[in-house]
Write a protein that binds this ligand. Structure first.
Ligand SMILES: Cc1cc2nc3c(=O)[nH]c(=O)nc-3n(C[C@H](O)[C@H](O)[C@H](O)COP(=O)(O)O)c2cc1C
Length: 329
């Protein structure tokens, strides 16, 4: 055995496995449900979906659940590489029906060259729903973000055409209205605001008195976060993440792409807010597919990208489940 082979076959220390999973769990998830569990043994990490954490009404098929797990899977790959472990991922190793979504084999390697920045981006990333400034995001940057997501196996369409953008905003508003008048669904959503000290969306990260304009309303209503007083222009970037299929593997890849795009945006000082309601509602998802994507793929997630004010206050971190709850070793 050569020295290289010997070091590659090292058993991954428990400390490193814990660190990788710790970073993975900083990933975004729908309503901060963190619908995942991890199992580590030897050189392998396994990621499973936690079906008990699926939103039964807003996410009956588990699309958002799997996208969230895909984001955690990508976070794990970035953290592993940054900490000196090359990840080899096997997606859906037991097929579509199993809750096991991926296994990751780790072999020892040199830490990735920009490991410090990669890990910092994971720590810095957050969902900041305060209104964006009117500084436009150059098309080239948006294309670059889309390309970053595509390198991670996702498919992304940039909405540049003004009529596509208006149509999409109207569909977002329609989905919001339909969901807010569906009492059981609205109640499910309310339950995840200030849900617990370990999960859910804290009221302190939800902007207060969300104004009436369609594209400034958040699904969580009005929270406690002060909003800057500023005129708004429709200059945000809008991206549709989509897939050739509407199935588990395609959702997992979308989640990985979402994480790649978001970490890159974070490093560039851009803010990202996913908007899933327009996809959750059958009517608006179908209209987005037919009228905006023109039948080219099926939409998985809408993403808004923009610049936050430089003078903004720091956003409190959303909570995470304790590691003993999500990891078995
Ligand atoms: C699949 C998915 C769907 C999401 N949908 C929305 C949404 O419709 N509206 C919204 O404000 N945030 C949405 N989010 C953001 C989550 O609420 C957020 O990631 C979570 O509360 C954790 O907070 P953090 O991103 O600041 O860590 C979504 C995130 C994911 C991964």
């Amino acid at each position: 055995m050569t020295t290289d082979e010997a070091s590659a076959s090292l058993i991954v220390p428990a400390r490193a496995l814990r660190d990788i999973v710790g970073y993975a769990c900083m990933a975004p998830s729908v309503h901060n449900t963190q619908p995942w569990s991890w199992h580590a043994s030897g050189n392998r990490l396994e990621l499973s979906a936690d079906p008990w954490r699926r939103l039964p009404l807003a996410d009956a098929r588990g699309r958002n659940l799997v996208i969230s797990c895909g984001a955690a899977l990508h976070h794990a790959q970035i953290a592993a590489a940054a900490l000196g472990w090359e990840p080899i991922v096997n997606r859906l190793p037991e097929g579509d029906d199993s809750t096991l979504l991926a296994s990751i084999e780790l072999t020892s390697t040199e830490p990735s060259p920009d490991s410090g920045e990669e890990l910092q981006a994971i720590r810095d990333r957050c969902t900041d729903r305060r209104r964006f400034t009117s500084w436009p995001v150059p098309e080239e940057r948006l294309r670059h973000l889309a390309a970053t997501a595509e390198e991670s196996g996702a498919h992304v369409m940039l909405l540049q055409d003004p009529s596509d953008r208006v149509r999409t905003e109207l569909l977002v508003g329609r989905a919001l209205d339909l969901q807010s008048t569906d009492e059981p669904l609205a109640a499910e959503q309310r339950r995840w605001v200030d849900h617990s000290v370990r999960d859910g969306v804290p009221g302190v990260v939800i902007p207060a008195n969300a104004p009436n304009e369609v594209h400034l309303r958040t699904r969580f209503g009005s929270g406690h976060l002060a909003e800057p007083d500023r005129d708004l222009e429709g200059s945000d970037g809008l991206l549709v993440m989509r897939g050739a299929a509407d199935d588990k593997l395609a959702w997992l890849r979308t989640g990985e792409g979402l994480s790649a795009l978001w970490l890159r945006a974070t490093r560039e000082g851009l803010s990202v807010v996913p908007l899933s309601q327009v996809i959750e509602v059958d009517e608006t998802r179908e209209r987005l597919r037919a009228e905006v994507l023109q039948g080219m793929g099926t939409p998985h997630l809408l993403v808004r990208v923009g610049w936050q004010a430089i003078s903004r206050s720091a956003l409190p971190r959303t909570p995470r489940r304790p590691q003993d709850d999500v990891l078995t070793l």
